[in-house]
Design a protein around this ligand. Structure first.
Ligand code: ADE
Length: 467
């Protein structure tokens, strides 16, 4: 690739000799030419700028001087196609995809570094309509530099490192931020193992490559969700698996096709109306098809009323976690206050130390200090979004924090509900028996399952999420 840089501060670009950039030039994959714009000026003061037409502060760089400079480098290069990059705070934000395209498809790059109030607009206009030239006005970010030189160096460095033969291991480039997955890169560590009281995360020293890969993926997702939520919207949904979605949900996002923000919080005393309405709405949707509507209605009236929830919310041994979705789609939510609407919940009974779950089979399998996951419901519209898994793990974590005596958790789920059984298996629940579950006077066969937090630990991404 040939790069011509035109500037009134040619000495600025001495930095390109340093490090790999110099090596790239020596190896021939890159030729850089630096030009002094003032050499095109014809007056003794080497003037390149004038007052702006229409008045106002500052000076504008003259089109005739720039035209001569640019024509000269295009002629000299002999290139069929030139990209004329113009750094300006009003350009399109420079992104990795554009840089990659430049590195792969451009033989000749000219960078025109403006100063002062910029370059006369007609320069950009003229070259835009010239065959064989593509004009690329680009910005480094939403801040104003004194001129385009720093941005030019950034463009050269970002582009050159993607040229074939520039780095030793091209795979390392693909693992970076913004490449392939559209996520930020995971954090890196090296020895010493302990530095000023801070440790390398133990998983990185475990030698278990699967676990290391999973940890790095998790870190990438969390970093992206917390630092660059704008990138979440741009993730290709095909690259996200179930766990990825759960991690993002735990950090507030349900990416496409759901495109919503989500949050998890403990239900508070006084919210019995919200809880009862939600529970009554969700219960029928999860019932087996053979249950008659009147049995469902009776169950709701007896077990999910406001009064029942009022008692639950007052009970210090009971935890209710709500999952709430913002009514606005992420794209339109930007300048609006979120409108949180409950779409799922868990209700866990934990009691005080020595607590026994209310299920005979759980008592047999676990003994005391086993919590009981009494309810775990999500509106079917959000199945597949990661919300349910996030809600469950966040509830586990909150439970352990609030009730440190709890070491296990058990549940019953309808034998015929394969979706639920698969879900709980994925989240570490193992079958330990059966029970009869009554809905009004109808008997239902339930599977009873238990998860042991000592052998199946709560994932770190579920920590400190619930508000
Ligand atoms: N020139 C001045 N500010 C700039 C920015 N933010 N990006 C690119 N070029 C600039």
């Amino acid at each position: 690739m040939r790069i011509d840089i035109i500037s009134i501060f040619p000495q600025f670009f001495d930095c390109l000799d340093v490090s790999l950039m110099g090596k790239a030039r020596d190896s021939g994959i890159l030729q850089t030419h630096i030009w002094d714009l003032r050499d095109q000026s014809e007056d003794v003061h080497r003037t390149v700028d004038r007052a702006p037409a229409g008045g106002g502060a500052g000076m504008v760089m003259k089109p005739d001087i720039w035209g001569k400079a640019i024509d000269q480098v295009i002629d000299e290069s002999g290139a069929n196609k030139t990209v004329l990059a113009i750094p300006t705070p009003s350009g399109i934000p420079l992104a990795q995809a554009r840089v990659r395209e430049l590195a792969e498809n451009t033989d000749h790059l000219v960078i025109a570094c403006g100063r002062y109030e910029g370059i006369d607009q007609r320069v950009s206009q003229y070259y835009q309509q010239l065959p064989g030239v593509e004009v690329l006005p680009f910005s480094l970010g939403d801040y104003v530099l004194n001129g385009g030189e720093v941005a030019a160096v950034a463009l050269v460095e970002a582009t050159c490192r993607l040229l074939e033969g520039f780095v030793g291991n091209p795979q390392s480039l693909l693992e970076e931020s913004y490449e392939l997955s559209g996520l930020l890169e995971y954090p890196a560590y090296t020895k010493p193992q302990s530095w000023r009281g801070l440790e390398i995360p133990p998983v990185l020293l475990s030698g278990n490559h699967e676990k290391i890969k999973a940890w790095r993926r998790e870190q990438s997702l969390i970093l992206t969700a917390t630092r660059r939520p704008d990138l979440i919207e741009k993730i290709n949904p095909d690259v996200l698996n179930k766990t990825d979605r759960e991690i993002l949900a735990a950090h507030g996002f349900l990416p496409a096709p759901f495109k919503r923000k989500v949050r998890f919080r403990l239900a508070r005393v006084g919210e019995e109306a919200t809880c009862s309405a939600l529970a009554s709405r969700l219960f029928p949707q999860a019932c087996p098809p053979y249950l008659p509507p009147d049995a469902i209605e009776r169950f709701i009236a007896e077990n999910l009323s406001e009064q029942v929830f009022k008692n639950y919310l007052k009970d210090p041994g009971i935890q209710i976690v709500l999952a709430e979705i913002d009514a606005y789609e992420t794209a339109e939510a930007q300048n609006k206050l979120p409108q949180w609407q409950p779409v799922g919940y868990t209700l866990i009974k934990a009691g005080s130390p020595g607590y026994l779950p209310p299920e005979e089979n759980l008592v047999k399998a676990t003994g005391e200090n086993c919590a009981y996951l009494s309810k775990c419901y999500v509106e079917p519209q959000w199945y597949g979004s990661g919300l349910s898994g996030a809600m469950l793990e966040v509830s586990h974590f909150t439970l352990q924090k609030r009730y440190p005596h709890i070491v296990k958790i058990g549940l019953g789920t309808n034998l015929g509900n394969r979706r639920a059984r698969k879900f709980y298996r994925r989240h570490g629940y193992r079958k330990c028996g059966q029970r009869i579950f009554m809905v009004a006077d109808i008997e239902n066969q339930d599977l009873v399952a238990v998860r042991d937090f000592t052998t199946c630990q709560i994932p770190s991404w579920a920590k400190n999420v619930a508000q």
